[in-house]
Design a protein around this ligand. Sequence first.
Ligand SMILES: Cc1cc2nc3c(=O)[nH]c(=O)nc-3n(C[C@H](O)[C@H](O)[C@H](O)COP(=O)(O)OP(=O)(O)OC[C@H]3O[C@@H](n4cnc5c(N)ncnc54)[C@H](O)[C@@H]3O)c2cc1C
Length: 386
Amino acid sequence: MGYDTIILGLGTFGIAAAAELAARGERVLGLEQFGIPNARGSHHGHSRVFRTAYFEHADYVPLLRRAHERWVEMDRRVGGGVYFETGALYAGPRGCVTVEGAMKSARTHGLEAQRLESAEVKRRYPQFALPEGFEAIHEARAGFLVPEVAVSAYARAAMGSGAELRGHEAVIGWSADDKGVRVRTARGEYEAGNLIITAGAWAGKVIADLGVQLRITRQVMAWYWPRVPELFEMPGHLVWAIENERGQLHYGFPMQRGASPGPGLKIALHEPGAVVDPDTVDRSAVMVGVGVGADDEEQTRGALRRYVPQGDGPLLSMAVCLYANSPDGHLIIDRHPRHPNVAIACGSSGHGFKFAPVFGEILADLAMHGGTVHRAGFLGLGRFGK
Ligand SMILES: Cc1cc2nc3c(=O)[nH]c(=O)nc-3n(C[C@H](O)[C@H](O)[C@H](O)COP(=O)(O)OP(=O)(O)OC[C@H]3O[C@@H](n4cnc5c(N)ncnc54)[C@H](O)[C@@H]3O)c2cc1C
């Protein structure tokens, strides 16, 4: 058998698993249909929120504590540029899920968070304008990750530990039995003891036999040049998320320096967009600013105007990214119900990046031992009756 484990898809979760398995001395082959990293799946756009006070399910918090340790460790190892712990401000109408949920989670798990009245927000963060009746909290252990830098760092670490990673080699078929797994690409056929499927927006196609519906949606990110740029630089500006009266979450990041992220203040809407097919969604036109519908801009411009008026300057760029939404909005990580030597992570529903290091560990555990010490059962396929 050529390899211990083959990994199908080297985006967020796949590349983390590759690095983890290789560090544990496993023989790894990783296959990616595009580049490593790439801007066609779910891991581009130069920033991803990291927060700890999850209210979506209590069992996320221990996973996030572990993820935080690993992100800090990676950031230190590569000399910075992976994780920026800016803290985060969450706000919304009094009693809203975002603020109350995060506060409750912080209390339950002993996390550092502070409730702030509107007047206090205005004093500390003049870049925001909270409408009457809004409340806010500040979470300390929060910030943002730079996905392209993190994926590249994982790739280097994986290859440094002996993993074989191949870009632009799409998997076109796979099979598994109790002797092992076989994976087919246009270049050849490979065998291994285990397979890890981390195909992101394509997972629904790769594991269609599972019968779990993943809804792929088109998400727009936008960058603006603020009216008062100094207010949005680091240190000072922070990650933020504001829930509107319809329960939708607008969020944004501080400006980053350097050529790769490009200039500007990034803002987006955390709400599933139009349902698309990842193979036919048109990203190129949007990337150069042609063919972007007025609604795309309004999605972010409206929130900027209302909540971050000092940021409401000219539009610089927009980009399209894909959410792979699971039926209940929670991530999925488990063994394939009919093939114990196949592990799967998918359906991250627009909030999975922050979990990459701990998902790497869980996937490595599943491939090597068939189980994991992490409490991730709530993310298993059993909840869909599989
Ligand atoms: C606009 C936007 C904002 C987001 N914001 C946040 C945030 O603030 N915080 C957060 O934690 N998360 C956030 N997310 C979610 C997070 O980025 C995703 O949950 C995460 O990147 C998903 O990882 P993945 O490994 O499933 O997918 P990906 O990173 O897309 O990796 C899947 C890879 O598999 C490859 N692949 C698929 N099929 C094949 C095949 N047949 N053969 C070979 N390769 C294949 C793909 O090309 C791709 O590279 C956001 C996502 C988007 C789109």
